[in-house]
Design a binder for this molecule. Sequence first.
Ligand SMILES: [Zn+2]
Ligand SMILES: [Zn+2]
Length: 147
Amino acid sequence: MDADKYLIDAIRSQGRRLTRQRQLVLEILQDSSEHLDADAVYELAKSRGLKVSLATIYRSLSLLKDLGLVEEHRFGEDHGHFETTQDGPHAHFTCLRCGRVVELEAPKIITAARAHGERAGFRVVEVTLHLSGYCDECQNEMREEQP
Ligand SMILES: [Zn+2]
Ligand SMILES: [Zn+2]
């Protein structure tokens, strides 16, 4: 879905609950190709002239999550990374060395996992597929570091 339409649809369907501030948080996530954590969203919000506290950013993110507009991923860390749900199902790879997050196309396996859960009688809300290991660059560097 194209980014502007995503935001417009979101505002239209959730209009009353999407304050200017929450819209901006959504815009920040939408404009970023990365998986931002709350601190990064906070810094970007400040750089766009929004006067908010980190706690407010957390609350906005949590509301956007409840509205189904934003997803949170843990990636094996104690803090979440956020992205809009506009990209459709995909898997994530995180590098254990440099922390890089890469998106992987994996709709088939995700659809299959969802169907599996539904066959078991569950109402599946989210399917998360997370791979971790070492990215190609880190593998190269690790080879060079070896004596
Ligand atoms: Zn790496
Ligand atoms: Zn992603």
